[in-house]
Design a binder for this molecule. Structure first.
Ligand code: HEC
Length: 149
């Protein structure tokens, strides 16, 4: 009886020890795969091009792409926009935009981005408008992006 109890204790302790050992081995071997570094590297590899846009472009990135590999989406590509006539790229622009007669310089872009529908009534760009300070930052960004970079 006594001996039986002792054996059970020893067996029990042995099992606990084994469980702890297995647990530790599991934790140690599992950890390297879930470090933040590994996770963010995986995200980087899988991320779409818009991840490389400047934060100020986020308001436009729903519909526009810019820079390397940019393609028309809901809206036209905006690379090389400054000093280009409106509706002059291969994108199915609205009649309103095609007939606007605008050239996208500092003045016209400021007017358009603060209130698209006021400058080009009937434009398909469904966007409410930006504040002046944001427009300044945005135009600096658009100017800084060149195709193929
Ligand atoms: C909800 C979608 C949407 C958002 C958001 C949006 N746009 Fe547009 N944008 C469009 C569409 C659609 C057109 C084409 C308009 C047309 O043909 O009337 C357009 C056209 C333009 C044009 C004219 C381009 C050309 O070549 O004539 C400019 C400039 C422009 N967008 C800039 C911007 C900027 C800068 C932002 C961010 C502040 C922005 N847009 C946000 C959809 C969007």
């Amino acid at each position: 009886m006594d001996l039986h109890l002792k054996t059970s204790y020893i067996l029990g302790a042995g099992l606990l020890g084994l469980a702890a050992l297995v647990g530790m081995t599991y934790l140690l071997s599992d950890n390297p795969e879930s470090t933040p570094e590994t996770a963010s590297l995986a995200n980087l590899v899988a991320s779409p091009p818009k991840e490389t846009f400047a934060p100020i472009f986020a308001a436009c990135a729903h519909c526009h792409q810019i820079g390397r590999g940019a393609q028309n989406s809901t809206g036209p590509v905006l690379t090389g926009l400054i000093d280009r006539p409106a509706a002059s790229t291969s994108y199915p622009f609205s009649k309103a935009m095609r007939e606007s007669g605008l050239v996208w310089d500092e003045t016209t872009l400021r007017a358009f981005l603060s209130n698209p529908h006021k400058l080009v009534p009937g434009t398909r760009m469904a966007f409410a408008g930006l504040k002046d300070a944001d427009i300044t930052e945005l135009l600096n960004y658009i100017r800084s992006v060149r195709s193929g970079e």
